[in-house]
Design a protein around this ligand. Structure first.
Ligand SMILES: [Mg+2]
Length: 240
C-alpha cells in the first residue's frame, strides 16, 4: 500500500460533524428556565459566530478554555441584553455538555471505515476540541478504536495544533517517525500545514472547496473522510 503505519485524525468536522453542537444547544436552551423564552435559533447563531476578539486571546493562551467557554455564552447573551452570573454560565455549559453529548449519533460508515483501518494501521486522534473529545468518541461508538491513551487533546496537554509539541506527543506515544505518519483533517493550518512542517504527510478534508492557505503540498485532498478508504485500504474483495 504505502509507507505509512500510523494515521492521526482530527476529530471535529473530520470524523464528527457539528449537528451535536447545534441540537445540544437548542435542546439546552429549551430545558433551562433561564433560557426557555429566548429565541433559540438566534442564540445559536450568536454562539456560532465567535468574534475574533475572543478567538485571538484564546489561541494566544491569554484566556483559558473555561474562560473562553464562558465568554462565548456571554457574547450570545449580550444580544438579548442579559448578563448572567458566572455560576449560571457554568451551569448552562454543564447542561449543554450533557445534552450535546447525548445528541451524538454513531455513523456506521465512519465506524466501519475506522475498524477496517485498524487492520492495517495504528490510529490516534489529535484535537483542539473545546469539549471533552473522549466523551465524544464514546458516544460515537469508537472507544475501542481510540482508547484514551491514543487521544491527544489540546485542553489536557496545554498546547494546541499547530504547536509542534502536540504532534510530537502523539509520535512519541506510538514510537513512530513523522515519515511513517499520515495526518487527516479538515483544517489547513492545524491538520495539513502543521503536520507537514513537523515532517508528516497529510490528507486534507476539504468539504467546502476552500483554497489552500499556503504552498504546503498534501498527500491527497478529499471532500469527505470516507473517501480515504480508496486511498488507504486495499480494494474490497467482492463475494462471488
Ligand atoms: Mg476539525
Amino acid at each position: 500500500m504505502n509507507k505509512h503505519t500510523l494515521l492521526l485524525f482530527d476529530l471535529d468536522e473530520t470524523l464528527l460533524g457539528s449537528d451535536w453542537f447545534k441540537n445540544g444547544l437548542i435542546q439546552t436552551l429549551g430545558i433551562h428556565s433561564f433560557t426557555k423564552k429566548l429565541d433559540a435559533s438566534l442564540f445559536l447563531e450568536r454562539k456560532l459566530n465567535v468574534p475574533k476578539s475572543l478567538i485571538l486571546p484564546f489561541k494566544k493562551r491569554e484566556i483559558t478554555p473555561l474562560e473562553f467557554r464562558r465568554a462565548r455564552w456571554r457574547h450570545a447573551f449580550s444580544h438579548f441584553d442579559v448578563t448572567p452570573e458566572v455560576e449560571l454560565l457554568d451551569e448552562l455549559d454543564a447542561l449543554f455538555v450533557k445534552t450535546g453529548m447525548s445528541c451524538i449519533e454513531q455513523d456506521p460508515s465512519i465506524t466501519h471505515l475506522l475498524f477496517d483501518l485498524t487492520e492495517h494501521y495504528q490510529l490516534g486522534i489529535v484535537t483542539n476540541a473545546l469539549y471533552d473529545p473522549r466523551q465524544k468518541i464514546y458516544h460515537m461508538g469508537l472507544s475501542e478504536v481510540f482508547p484514551d491513551e491514543t487521544v491527544f487533546d489540546a485542553d489536557g496537554l496545554g498546547y494546541r495544533k499547530p504547536d509542534r509539541e502536540i504532534y510530537s506527543a502523539a509520535l512519541t506515544h506510538f514510537h513512530k517517525t513523522p515519515e511513517e505518519t499520515l495526518f487527516i483533517g479538515d483544517s489547513w493550518i492545524h491538520d495539513v500545514a502543521g503536520p507537514i512542517d513537523a515532517g508528516m504527510e497529510a490528507i486534507w478534508i476539504n468539504a467546502h472547496n476552500h483554497s489552500p492557505l499556503s504552498d504546503h503540498s498534501p498527500f491527497a485532498i478529499v471532500s469527505d473522510v470516507r473517501e480515504i478508504r480508496k486511498l488507504l485500504l486495499p480494494p474490497a474483495i467482492l463475494p462471488r
